[in-house]
Write a protein that binds this ligand. Structure first.
Ligand SMILES: *Cc1c(COP(=O)(O)O)cnc(C)c1O
Length: 332
């Protein structure tokens, strides 16, 4: 954590917090009575589903665009920003760019659900749908950068993005300084890497637990292999956790390797159960990717007895169709 080859330091995370202040919500840390009783622990929910765009991704994106304007001036972004994402990141770029007066083009794979596409267009960005995977969509964004002079805002693999997500870690420990464990969804690793960096810097004994899908868990496969590897993307109730980490990953692979203590994978039926539990017991409607922490607690019977634990509810991007699928699978 001290060499910081990945560029994500506690200092950078404090800078990020100053930049995003007033643009991004400081979300509540909600004490869940139902889950606390059920697991004989103190369970808290970090409500990132309450961000204006419905997910934590606004933190990293706002930090990056604001930092670029700070360093190079507003004119440097006149040709606009672009990105590829499974929806929440695209929505964050669209929102942050329009607030900061910068044009945006969002490239999406054809697997991205229609409700997410409509939400991005409503924020005033242009959407291009292309290819079968996030990697294909990312290629198009790269082309726009090369041929149209746009600026790429990556979904996770940049120190400014990960540092922005890391502001979650600062808020968690301000609200509950003696947390024992924080459980986060893991895909590209900006969320877990950034938040984990803040948590570990302030409270080294805290356990940072990552949770991935059972299929196409690119970061987990890469950590096991010792270098970034490609995986096949599959449809999932936790679609925001899909996609690769980039074979040329320069930040989050090293970062996650540094800060993650435990890792679990969860089945589709465990995600479905957790979504329905969250709705029935907490009256909280969130997406599959946001409940993988609860899914892991249930499916792997992680022993958190007597511990103070936070689950990061990362986003609320769920359609009625997906909720219906979850209900079928959870058999309620
Ligand atoms: C992007 C996303 C994640 C995973 O974040 P990474 O930084 O890619 O690991 C988790 N949950 C939701 C809702 C997301 O949008």
């Amino acid at each position: 954590m001290h060499d910081a080859a990945h560029g994500v330091t506690l200092d950078e995370i404090y800078h990020a917090r100053a930049r995003i202040k007033g643009q991004v919500s400081r979300t509540p840390l909600w004490h869940s009575r139902a889950l606390s009783e059920r697991f004989a622990a103190e369970v808290y929910l970090k409500l990132e589903n309450l961000q204006p765009t419905g997910a934590f991704k606004l933190r990293g994106v706002t930090n990056m665009i604001a930092a670029l304007i700070e360093r190079h001036g507003h004119d440097a972004l006149a040709k606009g920003v672009t990105t590829a994402s499974t929806g929440n990141h695209g929505r964050a770029v669209a929102y942050a760019a329009s607030r900061l007066g910068v044009p945006a083009v969002i490239c999406l794979s054809t697997l991205v659900p229609a409700n997410k596409v409509a939400a991005i267009e409503a924020l005033g960005a242009t959407v291009t749908r292309i290819g079968q995977s996030q990697d294909d969509a990312f290629e198009e964004a790269r082309r726009l950068v090369k041929e149209e002079g746009m600026t790429l805002i990556p979904p996770f693999d940049d120190p400014l993005i990960a540092s922005g997500q890391g502001t979650i870690g600062l808020e968690l420990l301000e609200d509950q300084p003696d947390l024992d464990r924080v459980i986060l969804g893991l895909s590209g690793g900006g969320l877990l890497g950034g938040t984990g960096a803040a948590l570990k810097a302030i409270r080294p004994q805290l356990n940072v637990t990552g949770v991935s899908l059972s299929a196409g868990a690119a970061m987990f496969e890469s950590l096991t292999a010792g270098h970034p590897v490609a995986v096949e993307e599959v449809e999932s109730l936790g679609d925001s956790l899909g996609g690769g980490i980039g074979l040329d990953n320069r930040c989050t692979f090293a970062l996650v390797r540094d800060v993650m203590d435990d890792h679990f994978q969860v089945s589709e039926s465990a995600i479905a159960n957790a979504m329905i539990d969250m709705l029935e017991q907490e009256k909280m409607l969130v997406e599959g990717a946001a409940v993988v922490g609860l899914a892991a607690l249930e499916e792997h019977q992680i022993d958190i007895k007597g511990q103070k634990v936070a689950l990061v509810l990362s986003g609320n991007g769920v359609s009625l169709e997906t909720l219906d699928q979850a209900r079928q699978l959870a058999k309620r």
